[in-house]
Every structure is written in structure tokens, then in C-alpha cells.
Design a protein around this ligand. Structure first.
Ligand code: BES
Ligand code: MN
Ligand code: ZN
Length: 499
């Protein structure tokens, strides 16, 4: 990650490769308005706006235009749109994040950037820093052709509050958050031949170690221990692969915890569907079926790095769902940890099977609240599209998730768990079946999970669409793994810490 600093130096005097400035839309055919640019001499400002027009810079959201700078120490000026904005109004934090992210995403080959967006208080400083860092992500693990230019080294955030304690603290939280989001993206983008369950477990240990965070323990159950411990869901789903399942427990324990939070993540390192195999088209995206587990891992690490006074235990339910002679069959019956039996009528509804084991294990330790996060259903995409995640569960936890998402700039929408969908999961032979009819598939999956949480306050986050961006990048969101979920989970934990 690039180094980020705060500066109160007037942007005109910053010797950087690129200087990012926000522009707002003013109306059809009219030049955009420069924001927070009172440092710009009037003649330069009007020069910039004059140039913006022929470049087609309107100030629209996600629109970035780069102009060679003159009269400034910077080499380039980057105009990034924030959309329409009333005169004198400041953009919302999420608007700032997206504008900063879009600009940083466009910049390649530059080494130093100054971001001069509105950043009058700590909240805005945080938003600009987060957006810039989220946008400054690239995944190069498998690229063997040498990159032309060295990577971006430094980002300066321009703010009158550069020396302010709150702003400095906001920046260091933003850096922790960005490291977590980048960590999730890296895991999601990793090829599934490299990231299989045991490799994921190793990666979890390495990530914890490299973070330098204190108070985290990692323990791993292998396939023999899973079988012995009665984790029938993980064993059943994992048995089709030559690369066996794992259950990873990552626990952060501060000295005087104010609360105890459990996080459970779906970690299917590749979901072929198993014997109920998926169609070939689009199957490649199923390397992202471990995004929930990745979000859980990096949320625990972030909570520890921030030394939050909340005990957080993450459970990563890792398996590879493959068809083979040893794979589970439709009509197999599994016994989940704790004893409930499940008839597997479709091996592609595997996430709920591994999550059931994880939820039972989490609840055994009597946390105050359990949050699970999973790329669980295609129905999530049908219901809410690729950018809005769903949250189900018991209130007030469901509402707490919605609020935490709102505060952190993620989109989570509350969905119900209608009781009348439960009979659809009745099995002729076991306690429950793993599928019902097609309609309301996301809610049915939630109702299935609910069977395994007992009376513990709980919410279920379905991030099937938002976890992986199969389309063009936008704002601070790259193509591929997005890192969704970390910000919401961390913000909820901070809330439980009283922050
Ligand atoms: N991993 C998929 C869900 C998914 C679909 C995630 C698209 C991201 C994008 C999950 O394991 C799955 O296959 N679900 C099935 C369930 C069905 C068989 C009841 C689905 O949604 O089709
Ligand atoms: Mn599946
Ligand atoms: Zn899946």
C-alpha cells in the first residue's frame, strides 16, 4: 500500500506527479464547478474550467479527466466528478470515497499524488483517505510482464486539519481498513489452484503474523479432526475434492472485552456445484465463493490492529466443492455438528452446509452476537443486483448491520425470513433438506441457517453479487474481488466497543 500523509500545505506548492481536485456538475452544457479550490489563483482556476469543457469534464460521478498542470508545482491536475451538488454544500463521505477512488484508479505510472478534495473535518479526511487507498489497488500476482513504472509510493491528503489529533487517528483507521479490504481482494482474486482450503488456512496464519497485531490466535481443524468433531457439513462438501476441508478459528481477545462477537464466513475456495454441477459459462467467478471467509479473517485482524475492546472470533468454513467419485450425492444425508441431519438434494447448495457447522461451533462459545457472511445465493443477485448486499436475521441485529453499513459506505438492505418458507425445506427422511423451491431462494437459505443459531442474536449477510465485480471498475471498486463486508463488520464491532 502507498504511504499516506496529511498536509496543510497549499496544493499549488505540492511537488507531486498528480494533484486531484473535485468538480461538481452545474447543469447541462455548463462547465463543472471546482470544489475546495480557494487555494487556486483565480486565473488558474478559470484556465482549468476552460480546459475541462473541451475535455468533456462535466463533474459527473465516476468521471475523471487529467490535464497537464501549469502554474502549479504538480505535473498533472486530475479532475474527479462528485455529481450534482448544491452551492456551498459538501459531498457525503461516500461521494468523497468514490471520487477519490475513481481518480486513484485512473492514475497509472505516477509515483506521488496529492488529493485536494473537501476534507474539512476528520470524517471527510477518513473518507478521502479510504477512497484513495481503495482505488489505489491492483492485483499483479500472476502478471509476468514487468510493469512499466514503479508503483504509487505516496499519497498526500490536503486538509486544514493535518495536525489535528482526530484527523490523524482517522487516517490511521483508514489505513487499517484499506489493508483489510486489500487483503480480502487479494484472497478473492487468487486462483483457486493456489488458494485451496489448506492454503487458505496457511494464508490466514501468515496474514495474522504479518499484521503485527497482538492478541490473535489461529487454530485449524483438518479433515480428520473435522470428521472426529462431527462437522458433517464441511466433510460432506469437501469430500469430492482431493484438497480436503478446513475449519479455521481466528480469535482476538483484548484484555478487558466489553462484548463478544462471533463471525462466520463461507469459504468455498471453488464452487463447481459438485455432482449438481454448474453450467460452464461464468463458473470461473466461483473462485470468489470464499469472499465471506476472507472478510471474516481480515475483520478480525483489523479489530486487533485497532485494539478494539471487543473479543472477536472468526470461523472460516473452508472447502472445495468438486464433482468426483468421492463427492457427495444428491440424496446423501449429513449430520451437522450438534446432531441435526440434512438431506442434500442439491450439492450446489453447499454454502449453507459448511455454514451450518460454523454457526453451531460459533454458538457453542456463547457470543453476544453472531454475524455470518457468505456468497450464499444467486437469488441475492436476482433480488438486489450486483451492488447491494442483503441482511437477514433477528432484529435489532439486522438493523444494527444496516446502520453499520450506512456509516461505513457499504450498501446492505434488510430482507425478511418469512416463517411460511420453512415447510419448503421439509425433508422426507431427515430433519431438514438443503433446498426448497426456486422463489425466494435467498430467504430460504437464510431460514436454513437460522435452524443452526438457536436463540443467539444473529444476522446473515448475503454478499453473492457485491463480493465480486464481473463488470467494469467504478468509484473505488476494481474488477474482481471488492472486499465488501469488512467495513460493515468492523463498524458494527466498533459500535459494540462503544466507539
Ligand atoms: N456460490 C453459489 C451462490 C452464488 C451464485 C454466488 C452467484 C455468487 C454468484 C451457491 O453455492 C449456489 O450455488 N447456490 C445455489 C443454490 C441453489 C442450488 C438452491 C444458487 O443460488 O443457485
Ligand atoms: Mn453452490
Ligand atoms: Zn457456493
Amino acid at each position: 500500500m502507498p504511504r499516506v500523509t496529511l498536509t496543510s500545505t497549499t496544493p499549488a506548492r505540492l511537488s507531486v506527479d498528480a494533484l486531484v481536485v473535485a468538480v461538481a456538475q452545474t447543469g447541462e452544457g455548463r462547465p463543472p464547478r471546482l470544489l475546495a479550490a480557494d487555494w487556486l489563483p483565480a486565473d488558474l482556476a478559470s484556465n482549468l474550467t476552460d480546459l475541462a469543457v473541451p475535455l468533456g469534464a462535466t463533474g459527473a460521478v465516476d468521471q475523471v479527466r487529467t490535464i497537464p498542470a501549469s502554474g502549479l508545482k504538480a505535473k498533472l491536475v486530475v479532475l474527479t466528478g462528485v455529481g450534482a451538488l448544491a452551492d456551498g454544500a459538501t459531498p457525503e463521505p461516500e461521494t468523497l470515497r468514490r471520487a477519490a477512488g475513481a481518480a486513484l484508479r485512473e492514475l497509472s505510472g505516477v509515483q506521488s499524488v496529492a488529493v485536494a478534495l473537501p476534507a474539512a473535518d476528520a470524517q471527510q479526511v477518513a473518507a478521502v483517505a479510504e477512497g484513495a487507498l481503495f482505488g489505489a489497488y491492483s492485483y499483479t500476482r500472476y502478471v509476468t510482464t514487468p510493469a512499466g513504472a514503479p508503483a504509487l509510493a505516496g499519497i498526500e491528503i490536503v486538509t486544514p486539519r493535518a495536525k489535528d489529533k482526530a484527523a490523524v487517528a482517522a487516517l490511521s483507521r483508514a489505513e487499517v481498513l484499506a489493508a483489510a479490504v486489500h487483503g480480502v481482494r487479494d484472497l478473492v482474486n487468487a486462483a483457486p489452484n493456489d488458494l485451496f482450503p489448506a492454503a487458505f488456512a496457511d494464508a490466514a496464519k501468515t496474514a495474522v503474523k504479518d499484521s503485527g497485531a497482538k492478541g490473535i490466535k489461529v487454530s485449524v481443524l483438518d479433515e480428520k479432526q473435522l470428521a472426529a468433531g462431527g462437522y458433517g457439513g464441511l466433510v460432506g462438501v469437501g469430500q469430492g475434492s482431493v484438497r480436503p476441508p478446513r475449519l479455521v478459528k481466528v480469535s482476538y481477545t483484548p484484555s478487558r472485552p466489553k462484548a463478544k462477537v462471533a463471525l462466520v464466513g463461507k469459504g468455498i475456495t471453488f464452487d463447481s456445484g459438485g455432482i449438481s454441477i454448474k453450467p460452464a459459462a461464468g463458473m470461473d467467478a466461483m473462485k470468489s465463493d470464499m469472499a465471506g471467509a476472507a472478510a471474516v479473517l481480515h475483520t478480525v485482524i483489523a479489530a486487533a490492529r485497532l485494539e478494539l475492546p471487543v473479543a472477536v472470533t472468526g470461523w472460516l468454513c473452508l472447502a472445495e466443492n468438486m464433482p468426483s467419485g468421492t463427492a457427495q450425492r444428491p440424496s446423501d444425508v449429513l449430520t451437522i455438528r450438534g446432531g441435526k441431519t440434512v438431506e442434500v438434494l442439491n450439492t450446489d447448495a453447499e454454502g449453507r452446509l459448511v455454514m451450518a457447522d460454523g454457526l453451531v461451533a460459533a454458538v457453542e462459545e456463547k457470543p453476544d452476537v453472531v454475524l455470518d457472511i457468505a456468497t450464499l445465493t444467486g437469488a441475492q443477485l436476482i433480488a438486489l443486483g450486483p451492488r447491494v448486499s442483503a441482511v437477514m436475521g433477528t432484529d435489532p441485529v439486522r438493523a444494527e448491520v444496516v446502520d453499520a453499513a450506512g456509516a461505513s459506505g457499504e450498501q446492505f438492505w434488510p430482507m425478511p425470513l418469512p416463517k411460511d418458507l420453512r415447510p419448503g425445506l421439509n425433508s422426507k427422511v431427515a430433519d431438514i433438506a438443503n433446498i426448497s423451491d426456486r422463489f425466494g431462494g435467498m430467504l430460504t437459505a437464510g431460514i436454513f441457517l437460522q435452524e443452526f443459531v438457536g436463540s443467539t442474536p444473529w444476522a446473515h449477510l448475503d454478499i453473492a453479487g457485491p463480493a465480486f465485480n464481473e463488470k467494469a471498475p467504478f468509484g473505488y471498486t476494481p474488477a474482481g474481488g471488492t472486499g465488501v463486508g469488512v467495513r460493515t463488520l468492523l463498524s458494527l464491532i466498533e459500535g459494540r466497543a462503544g466507539r
